[in-house]
Design a protein around this ligand. Structure first.
Ligand code: SAH
Length: 305
Protein backbone atom coordinates (compact mmCIF):
# COMPACT_ATOMS: atom_id res chain seq x y z
CA UNK A 1 0.00 0.00 0.00
CA UNK A 2 1.38 3.35 -1.08
CA UNK A 3 -0.12 5.66 1.48
CA UNK A 4 -0.30 9.45 1.11
CA UNK A 5 -0.55 11.02 4.55
CA UNK A 6 -1.54 14.53 3.47
CA UNK A 7 0.38 17.62 4.59
CA UNK A 8 1.44 16.39 8.01
CA UNK A 9 -1.31 16.69 10.59
CA UNK A 10 -3.41 13.79 11.77
CA UNK A 11 -6.62 15.77 11.07
CA UNK A 12 -5.80 16.02 7.38
CA UNK A 13 -5.03 12.35 6.88
CA UNK A 14 -7.76 10.32 5.17
CA UNK A 15 -9.64 7.57 6.97
CA UNK A 16 -8.36 5.07 4.40
CA UNK A 17 -4.76 6.17 5.02
CA UNK A 18 -5.16 5.50 8.75
CA UNK A 19 -6.89 2.16 8.08
CA UNK A 20 -4.19 1.09 5.62
CA UNK A 21 -1.49 1.74 8.21
CA UNK A 22 -3.53 -0.08 10.86
CA UNK A 23 -3.87 -3.12 8.52
CA UNK A 24 -0.17 -3.28 7.68
CA UNK A 25 2.32 -5.72 9.19
CA UNK A 26 5.25 -3.55 8.13
CA UNK A 27 5.38 0.23 7.89
CA UNK A 28 8.18 1.84 5.90
CA UNK A 29 8.85 5.55 5.67
CA UNK A 30 10.76 8.67 6.51
CA UNK A 31 11.21 9.17 10.26
CA UNK A 32 9.06 12.31 10.48
CA UNK A 33 6.07 10.54 8.96
CA UNK A 34 6.46 7.43 11.10
CA UNK A 35 6.30 9.76 14.11
CA UNK A 36 3.06 11.22 12.80
CA UNK A 37 1.35 7.82 12.94
CA UNK A 38 3.14 6.59 16.07
CA UNK A 39 -0.16 5.60 17.70
CA UNK A 40 -0.94 3.22 14.81
CA UNK A 41 2.38 1.45 14.42
CA UNK A 42 2.82 -0.06 17.87
CA UNK A 43 3.61 -3.76 17.67
CA UNK A 44 4.38 -3.59 13.94
CA UNK A 45 7.65 -3.92 12.14
CA UNK A 46 8.76 -0.35 11.43
CA UNK A 47 11.51 0.46 8.95
CA UNK A 48 12.72 4.06 9.14
CA UNK A 49 14.54 5.39 6.13
CA UNK A 50 16.23 8.66 5.36
CA UNK A 51 15.22 11.02 2.56
CA UNK A 52 17.63 9.81 -0.12
CA UNK A 53 16.85 6.11 0.14
CA UNK A 54 13.71 6.01 -2.01
CA UNK A 55 14.72 3.06 -4.14
CA UNK A 56 15.88 1.17 -1.04
CA UNK A 57 12.49 1.75 0.52
CA UNK A 58 10.71 0.33 -2.55
CA UNK A 59 13.07 -2.66 -2.75
CA UNK A 60 12.57 -3.36 0.94
CA UNK A 61 8.78 -3.14 0.52
CA UNK A 62 8.85 -5.66 -2.32
CA UNK A 63 11.05 -8.07 -0.34
CA UNK A 64 8.62 -7.94 2.59
CA UNK A 65 5.56 -8.33 0.35
CA UNK A 66 7.15 -11.43 -1.20
CA UNK A 67 7.33 -12.91 2.29
CA UNK A 68 3.56 -12.51 2.45
CA UNK A 69 3.54 -9.40 4.60
CA UNK A 70 1.22 -6.48 4.17
CA UNK A 71 3.39 -3.41 3.72
CA UNK A 72 2.49 0.26 4.02
CA UNK A 73 4.97 2.60 2.36
CA UNK A 74 4.16 6.03 3.63
CA UNK A 75 4.67 9.35 1.81
CA UNK A 76 3.78 12.90 2.73
CA UNK A 77 1.08 14.57 0.65
CA UNK A 78 0.08 12.24 -2.16
CA UNK A 79 2.28 9.20 -2.82
CA UNK A 80 1.97 9.79 -6.57
CA UNK A 81 3.08 13.44 -6.53
CA UNK A 82 6.89 13.54 -6.46
CA UNK A 83 6.50 10.58 -4.11
CA UNK A 84 7.05 6.87 -3.70
CA UNK A 85 4.53 5.58 -6.25
CA UNK A 86 6.83 6.08 -9.26
CA UNK A 87 9.99 4.47 -7.82
CA UNK A 88 7.87 1.61 -6.44
CA UNK A 89 6.43 0.70 -9.84
CA UNK A 90 9.87 1.05 -11.39
CA UNK A 91 11.28 -1.43 -8.88
CA UNK A 92 8.27 -3.76 -9.30
CA UNK A 93 8.51 -3.81 -13.11
CA UNK A 94 12.28 -4.28 -12.92
CA UNK A 95 11.65 -7.33 -10.73
CA UNK A 96 9.26 -8.80 -13.32
CA UNK A 97 6.08 -7.95 -11.38
CA UNK A 98 2.73 -7.96 -13.17
CA UNK A 99 -0.69 -6.86 -11.85
CA UNK A 100 -2.57 -9.60 -9.92
CA UNK A 101 -4.11 -12.30 -12.12
CA UNK A 102 -5.35 -14.80 -9.53
CA UNK A 103 -2.02 -16.56 -8.93
CA UNK A 104 -1.18 -17.53 -5.33
CA UNK A 105 2.01 -15.44 -5.21
CA UNK A 106 0.40 -12.29 -6.66
CA UNK A 107 1.41 -9.01 -5.09
CA UNK A 108 -1.37 -6.44 -4.99
CA UNK A 109 -0.68 -2.73 -5.04
CA UNK A 110 -3.05 -0.15 -3.60
CA UNK A 111 -2.42 3.57 -3.82
CA UNK A 112 -4.12 5.61 -1.11
CA UNK A 113 -4.47 9.23 -2.29
CA UNK A 114 -3.66 12.13 0.01
CA UNK A 115 -3.90 15.91 -0.18
CA UNK A 116 -0.73 17.09 -1.90
CA UNK A 117 1.27 20.14 -0.80
CA UNK A 118 -0.38 22.26 -3.47
CA UNK A 119 -3.83 21.45 -2.07
CA UNK A 120 -2.92 22.17 1.52
CA UNK A 121 -0.83 25.26 0.76
CA UNK A 122 -3.59 26.68 -1.46
CA UNK A 123 -6.12 26.10 1.32
CA UNK A 124 -4.01 28.20 3.69
CA UNK A 125 -3.75 31.23 1.40
CA UNK A 126 -7.21 31.54 -0.20
CA UNK A 127 -8.12 30.34 -3.69
CA UNK A 128 -4.99 30.57 -5.85
CA UNK A 129 -5.64 27.42 -7.94
CA UNK A 130 -9.15 28.21 -9.15
CA UNK A 131 -7.93 28.44 -12.73
CA UNK A 132 -5.46 26.34 -14.76
CA UNK A 133 -2.34 25.52 -12.81
CA UNK A 134 0.62 23.18 -12.87
CA UNK A 135 3.30 21.88 -10.54
CA UNK A 136 7.01 22.10 -11.27
CA UNK A 137 9.73 20.70 -9.04
CA UNK A 138 12.96 22.72 -8.94
CA UNK A 139 14.93 19.67 -7.83
CA UNK A 140 17.72 18.92 -10.29
CA UNK A 141 18.84 15.83 -8.37
CA UNK A 142 17.16 13.60 -10.99
CA UNK A 143 16.05 16.06 -13.71
CA UNK A 144 18.43 18.03 -15.97
CA UNK A 145 18.16 21.82 -15.52
CA UNK A 146 17.32 22.55 -19.20
CA UNK A 147 14.23 20.33 -18.85
CA UNK A 148 13.13 22.20 -15.72
CA UNK A 149 13.88 25.58 -17.31
CA UNK A 150 11.89 24.72 -20.44
CA UNK A 151 8.86 23.78 -18.32
CA UNK A 152 9.17 26.95 -16.23
CA UNK A 153 9.34 29.04 -19.41
CA UNK A 154 6.35 27.24 -20.98
CA UNK A 155 4.22 27.54 -17.84
CA UNK A 156 5.14 31.19 -17.41
CA UNK A 157 4.38 32.09 -21.02
CA UNK A 158 1.07 30.17 -21.01
CA UNK A 159 -0.03 32.07 -17.87
CA UNK A 160 -0.47 29.04 -15.63
CA UNK A 161 -0.62 29.48 -11.88
CA UNK A 162 2.40 27.46 -10.78
CA UNK A 163 3.16 25.51 -7.62
CA UNK A 164 6.90 25.13 -7.20
CA UNK A 165 7.87 22.03 -5.22
CA UNK A 166 11.39 21.52 -3.81
CA UNK A 167 12.18 25.21 -4.37
CA UNK A 168 15.36 25.39 -2.29
CA UNK A 169 17.60 23.44 0.03
CA UNK A 170 20.94 24.05 1.72
CA UNK A 171 22.81 22.98 -1.41
CA UNK A 172 20.31 24.21 -4.00
CA UNK A 173 19.83 27.94 -3.57
CA UNK A 174 20.22 29.22 -7.16
CA UNK A 175 17.36 27.33 -8.78
CA UNK A 176 14.67 29.57 -7.33
CA UNK A 177 16.50 32.67 -8.60
CA UNK A 178 16.68 31.18 -12.09
CA UNK A 179 12.98 30.30 -11.93
CA UNK A 180 12.19 33.89 -10.98
CA UNK A 181 14.25 35.16 -13.93
CA UNK A 182 12.36 32.93 -16.37
CA UNK A 183 9.00 34.06 -14.97
CA UNK A 184 9.89 37.76 -15.08
CA UNK A 185 10.39 37.46 -18.84
CA UNK A 186 6.64 36.78 -19.19
CA UNK A 187 4.92 38.09 -16.09
CA UNK A 188 4.64 41.37 -14.19
CA UNK A 189 7.03 41.89 -11.24
CA UNK A 190 3.91 42.62 -9.13
CA UNK A 191 2.45 39.14 -9.69
CA UNK A 192 1.33 37.82 -6.27
CA UNK A 193 3.34 34.96 -4.81
CA UNK A 194 2.56 32.93 -1.68
CA UNK A 195 5.28 31.03 0.15
CA UNK A 196 3.95 28.37 2.47
CA UNK A 197 6.30 26.54 4.77
CA UNK A 198 5.39 23.42 6.77
CA UNK A 199 1.67 23.61 6.01
CA UNK A 200 -0.41 22.00 8.78
CA UNK A 201 2.72 21.25 10.79
CA UNK A 202 3.90 22.87 14.03
CA UNK A 203 6.21 25.37 12.29
CA UNK A 204 3.68 26.46 9.67
CA UNK A 205 4.44 29.85 8.12
CA UNK A 206 2.62 31.73 5.37
CA UNK A 207 4.24 34.66 3.61
CA UNK A 208 2.98 36.78 0.74
CA UNK A 209 5.31 38.44 -1.70
CA UNK A 210 5.58 39.38 -5.36
CA UNK A 211 7.43 37.84 -8.26
CA UNK A 212 10.05 40.60 -7.99
CA UNK A 213 10.71 40.05 -4.28
CA UNK A 214 9.94 36.39 -3.63
CA UNK A 215 13.59 35.32 -3.30
CA UNK A 216 13.97 37.54 -0.23
CA UNK A 217 11.48 35.32 1.63
CA UNK A 218 12.35 32.51 3.97
CA UNK A 219 12.38 29.48 1.63
CA UNK A 220 13.45 25.96 2.57
CA UNK A 221 12.99 22.25 1.97
CA UNK A 222 9.46 22.37 3.31
CA UNK A 223 8.26 25.40 1.35
CA UNK A 224 5.86 25.37 -1.57
CA UNK A 225 5.85 28.52 -3.70
CA UNK A 226 2.59 29.48 -5.39
CA UNK A 227 3.01 31.98 -8.24
CA UNK A 228 -0.21 33.61 -9.45
CA UNK A 229 -1.26 34.13 -13.06
CA UNK A 230 -1.85 37.54 -14.67
CA UNK A 231 -5.31 37.79 -13.04
CA UNK A 232 -4.42 36.59 -9.54
CA UNK A 233 -4.78 39.21 -6.81
CA UNK A 234 -4.10 39.63 -3.10
CA UNK A 235 -6.80 41.11 -0.92
CA UNK A 236 -7.17 41.19 2.86
CA UNK A 237 -4.47 38.56 3.23
CA UNK A 238 -6.03 36.22 0.67
CA UNK A 239 -4.67 35.18 -2.71
CA UNK A 240 -7.40 34.69 -5.28
CA UNK A 241 -7.30 33.60 -8.91
CA UNK A 242 -10.60 34.49 -10.59
CA UNK A 243 -12.37 31.58 -12.26
CA UNK A 244 -13.53 33.76 -15.16
CA UNK A 245 -17.04 34.61 -14.00
CA UNK A 246 -16.32 38.26 -14.75
CA UNK A 247 -16.00 37.35 -18.44
CA UNK A 248 -19.64 36.32 -18.47
CA UNK A 249 -21.42 37.98 -15.56
CA UNK A 250 -21.49 41.36 -13.86
CA UNK A 251 -19.98 40.19 -10.58
CA UNK A 252 -21.95 42.70 -8.46
CA UNK A 253 -25.43 42.00 -9.84
CA UNK A 254 -25.02 38.49 -11.27
CA UNK A 255 -26.54 39.68 -14.59
CA UNK A 256 -25.23 38.11 -17.77
CA UNK A 257 -23.06 40.39 -19.87
CA UNK A 258 -24.30 41.51 -23.29
CA UNK A 259 -24.05 38.75 -25.87
CA UNK A 260 -23.23 36.02 -23.31
CA UNK A 261 -25.57 33.22 -22.19
CA UNK A 262 -25.55 31.21 -18.95
CA UNK A 263 -24.64 27.56 -19.56
CA UNK A 264 -23.17 28.34 -23.00
CA UNK A 265 -19.59 28.82 -24.16
CA UNK A 266 -18.37 32.41 -24.18
CA UNK A 267 -18.71 34.45 -27.38
CA UNK A 268 -14.91 34.15 -27.35
CA UNK A 269 -15.18 30.37 -26.72
CA UNK A 270 -14.22 27.93 -29.46
CA UNK A 271 -17.22 28.38 -31.79
CA UNK A 272 -17.37 32.15 -31.36
CA UNK A 273 -13.64 32.48 -31.81
CA UNK A 274 -13.65 30.38 -35.02
CA UNK A 275 -16.40 32.57 -36.44
CA UNK A 276 -14.45 35.72 -35.50
CA UNK A 277 -11.30 34.31 -37.16
CA UNK A 278 -13.17 33.72 -40.40
CA UNK A 279 -14.86 37.11 -40.28
CA UNK A 280 -11.63 38.98 -39.55
CA UNK A 281 -10.27 38.77 -43.08
CA UNK A 282 -6.74 38.93 -41.63
CA UNK A 283 -3.97 36.65 -42.81
CA UNK A 284 -2.67 33.62 -40.93
CA UNK A 285 0.55 35.29 -39.72
CA UNK A 286 -1.24 38.33 -38.28
CA UNK A 287 -3.78 36.13 -36.48
CA UNK A 288 -1.05 33.82 -35.17
CA UNK A 289 0.75 36.83 -33.69
CA UNK A 290 -2.42 38.33 -32.21
CA UNK A 291 -3.41 35.14 -30.38
CA UNK A 292 0.08 33.77 -29.66
CA UNK A 293 -0.77 30.51 -31.40
CA UNK A 294 1.15 28.47 -34.01
CA UNK A 295 0.39 29.56 -37.64
CA UNK A 296 -0.33 25.90 -38.54
CA UNK A 297 -3.07 25.83 -35.94
CA UNK A 298 -4.64 29.06 -37.23
CA UNK A 299 -4.44 27.83 -40.84
CA UNK A 300 -6.10 24.54 -39.89
CA UNK A 301 -8.77 26.39 -37.87
CA UNK A 302 -9.58 28.60 -40.86
CA UNK A 303 -9.81 25.52 -43.09
CA UNK A 304 -12.31 23.76 -40.79
CA UNK A 305 -16.05 23.95 -41.43
N1 SAH B 1 4.43 13.85 -2.09
C1 SAH B 1 4.50 15.20 -1.57
C2 SAH B 1 5.61 16.03 -2.24
C3 SAH B 1 7.00 15.54 -1.97
S1 SAH B 1 8.24 16.59 -2.67
C4 SAH B 1 3.15 15.89 -1.78
O1 SAH B 1 2.30 15.37 -2.52
O2 SAH B 1 2.95 16.95 -1.17
C5 SAH B 1 8.69 17.58 -1.28
C6 SAH B 1 8.20 19.01 -1.47
O3 SAH B 1 6.80 19.06 -1.21
C7 SAH B 1 8.80 20.03 -0.51
O4 SAH B 1 10.04 20.52 -0.98
C8 SAH B 1 7.75 21.12 -0.53
O5 SAH B 1 7.87 21.91 -1.70
C9 SAH B 1 6.45 20.30 -0.65
N2 SAH B 1 5.82 20.05 0.67
C10 SAH B 1 5.61 18.85 1.24
N3 SAH B 1 4.97 18.97 2.42
C11 SAH B 1 4.75 20.30 2.59
C12 SAH B 1 4.12 21.06 3.62
N4 SAH B 1 3.60 20.48 4.71
N5 SAH B 1 4.09 22.41 3.48
C13 SAH B 1 4.62 23.01 2.38
N6 SAH B 1 5.20 22.33 1.38
C14 SAH B 1 5.29 20.99 1.48
Amino acid sequence: MLVGLGPGSVEHMSARARAAIAEADTVIGYVTYIRLVADLVQGKEVIKKSMTEELDRAIEALARARLGRKVALISSGDAGVYGMAGPTFEVLFQAGWTPPSGQPDDIEVEIVPGASALNSCAALVGAPLTHDFCAISLSDLLTPWPVIARRLDAAASADFVVALYNPKSGRRARQIVEAQRLFLAHRSPDTPVALVKSAYRPRQRVEFSTLARMCEADIGMLTTVLIGNSNTYLRDGLMVTPRGYANKYEVGSGDTRDGEQAGRSLTSGLEGWLAALRASGENVEALARRYGLPPQYIAAALARE
